[in-house]
Structure formats: structure tokens, C-alpha cells
Design a protein around this ligand. Structure first.
Ligand SMILES: *Cc1c(COP(=O)(O)O)cnc(C)c1O
Length: 315
């Protein structure tokens, strides 16, 4: 392997300057993405680890969406949309960057093949820009088919800058996502890449702050529901190792509800719907509630069931 490009001196200087400051990586990453999106007139942008990383993140977004449980489960994709349609003549060595998300590639040749191949498991349509002349479906037809079938399209245009206009051409053409290599015509850094396109898909893989806010909100809903129950306190905490996300610990105090924590857990499990708490084998005098695996609306149900059980125990 030979290096793809050498960085212009101003890029080296910018890196040297940046390397002297501590930054919050998430903030920097988001801010850089916003700036690039504005410059390239697309809805959203992110810097990735090479075009390879852009292909992987794009596929992950189309497969798992923004669901944290599904994201963690990748590359195990059962129950998810896990088929990616590609023209036979567009198969390439880098399509491994797509397959490593646990999807299978479905090969087609004509527009009719493609339309027929789309089903409820189709996650994405993948186009290899440089192979456009080898395929029977052109880039603009591909975009149109994607829109008609309601499936996001990804164009791997990794090596297609220059011309610099290509940074605009494919997003403007209507591809939902476009990947470029940072280490080729963009001239470095070598390990960088760009993913451009639809904001919901680009955000899907990385809005950790929004996830965190959602988990906090759920913990608060359950904690607030227990605020009026005499003799228990509900305290938010984050485990120091493993599952480091907001949880709730419910503790009993003198005069607390006359029902043991394990009996509460059993009633939750046997109730409708059945609710499973985090097991706390080393402490029988409290209960732990995790919030991050809940679906929207379920924190309210957990809150209501806990309250019902405590109030019923008081008689
Ligand atoms: C170079 C290339 C890639 C990988 O790009 P990196 O930025 O090195 O990760 C992916 N797809 C195609 C078509 C390429 O030419």
C-alpha cells in the first residue's frame, strides 16, 4: 500500500494547532459537521474514520436507526431491516464496510430487478459512483427508484473528488447519503472521511446526548411518581462500571411500605404488563430500576405500577 495523498501545509498547521488543546470531542465533532454541512449545502455532515467508516455508519443508521438497543446489537440484525440492494456490477472490495454491519447484499441488474427485490427487510440501496458506466441503472435513476420504494440511497463516491463540485452533485441529485474519502483528492488527513446527507440518518448513530436526556427524563418520571409514597426514597444514580447510564434506586426507610423489595419485584413481574427490574443480589433492602431499555411511554407504566403496588401494600 502507498499513501493516498500528502497534506497541504495549512492542513498540517491546523492539525498541529488543534493538537495543543483539549476539546470535548462530541462538541467538536458536531460543530465540524455543522460547518461542513453549511459549506457543502447539505442537510447534515459528519467526519468519519475514512470513507470506510462513512459506509459502515451509513449502513448502521439505515439498519438500526436511532434505537440504542438495536445499535448496541449490531452486527446482529435479526428483526431489523438487514438487506442492502446493489447492482451486480457495483460489488467492490470495500463493500465489506457495509457487510460488517450484519447485512446481506442482494444483487440486481435492472430497474425491474431492483423494484422486485425491495421488501420489508430492505435497509438501503447502495451505489458505487465510479462504476456507474458499468451498471444498467444510472445514478439519477437509482435515486428515483429509492424515493419511489421509500428506501434510503447511499452513494460511495470515495475517490470522486476532484472535481470539487462532486461534493455537492450527489446530495443535490437526491442521494440520501454520500460518502467521500478524506485521504484522496480532499488531501488528508489520510484516516478521515465524510458522510453527507440526511440529518436523521447522520444523527442516528451518534446523538448520545439525546439518548442521555431521554434516560434522565424516564428516571425522573419514575422517581416523581414515588415522591408521594411515605417511607421510600427514589434516588437517581449512574453505576461506576458497566451500564453507566442513569438508573433509579428505591430505598426503604422506617415506616416504609410493608412489602419487601423482592415481593415488589415479583408483583411487577407477575403483573400486566410484566416488568423486570435490575437484579441487585448484594442488597436485599432496595430495588434498582434501569430506564435505557424502555420503549417510549413505558417509563410511565413502570411509574404507575410501582405506585400501585406500594399504595396497595399500605392497604
Ligand atoms: C478509497 C475508497 C474507499 C475507502 O476510503 P478510505 O477513506 O481510505 O476509508 C471506499 N470506497 C471506494 C470506492 C474507494 O475508492
Amino acid at each position: 500500500m502507498f499513501t493516498a495523498s500528502l497534506m497541504p501545509p495549512e492542513v498540517v498547521r491546523a492539525m498541529e494547532t488543534a493538537a495543543r488543546c483539549f476539546v470535548r470531542l462530541d462538541e467538536l465533532h458536531d460543530a465540524v459537521g455543522r460547518r461542513i454541512a453549511a459549506l457543502l449545502r447539505c442537510e447534515a455532515a459528519m467526519v468519519s474514520a475514512g470513507a470506510f467508516g462513512a459506509l459502515t455508519l451509513a449502513t448502521a443508521a439505515c439498519t438500526a436507526g436511532a434505537d440504542p438497543e438495536r445499535i448496541r446489537r449490531l452486527p446482529e440484525t435479526s428483526g431489523m431491516r438487514n438487506e442492502v440492494i446493489i447492482q451486480k456490477s457495483h460489488r467492490f472490495s470495500y463493500d465489506h464496510a457495509v457487510r460488517n454491519c450484519g447485512v446481506s447484499l442482494i444483487e440486481v441488474e435492472t430497474r425491474e430487478d431492483l423494484t422486485r427485490a425491495v421488501n420489508e427487510r430492505t435497509a438501503m440501496l447502495l451505489f458505487l459512483n465510479k462504476n456507474e458506466p458499468l451498471g444498467r441503472i444510472t445514478a439519477s435513476e437509482f435515486v428515483e427508484l429509492g424515493k419511489r420504494c421509500g428506501v434510503p440511497t447511499l452513494n460511495d463516491a470515495a475517490a470522486d473528488v476532484p472535481p470539487v463540485d462532486n461534493l455537492f452533485t450527489y446530495t443535490e441529485m437526491g442521494f440520501d447519503l454520500v460518502a467521500f474519502s478524506g485521504g484522496k483528492g480532499i488531501r488528508g488527513p489520510q484516516g478521515a472521511g465524510l458522510l453527507l446527507g440526511r440529518a436523521d440518518l447522520i444523527r442516528a448513530e451518534r446523538d448520545h446526548d439525546a439518548d442521555w436526556r431521554e434516560w434522565e427524563a424516564r428516571v425522573k418520571i419514575i422517581g416523581d411518581a414515588l415522591a408521594g409514597v411515605p417511607g421510600v426514597t427514589a434516588e437517581r444514580f449512574v453505576p461506576r462500571i458497566a451500564n453507566q447510564v442513569p438508573h433509579l434506586r428505591i430505598r426503604w426507610h422506617p415506616g416504609g411500605p410493608p412489602i419487601a423489595p423482592d415481593a415488589v419485584a415479583r408483583r411487577l413481574r407477575e403483573g400486566e404488563p410484566s416488568i423486570e427490574l435490575v437484579p441487585v443480589p448484594e442488597d436485599a433492602s432496595s430495588l434498582e430500576v434501569a430506564s435505557w431499555m424502555l420503549e417510549p411511554g413505558e417509563a410511565e407504566i413502570v411509574a404507575r405500577r410501582l405506585r400501585e403496588i406500594f399504595l396497595a401494600a399500605r392497604g
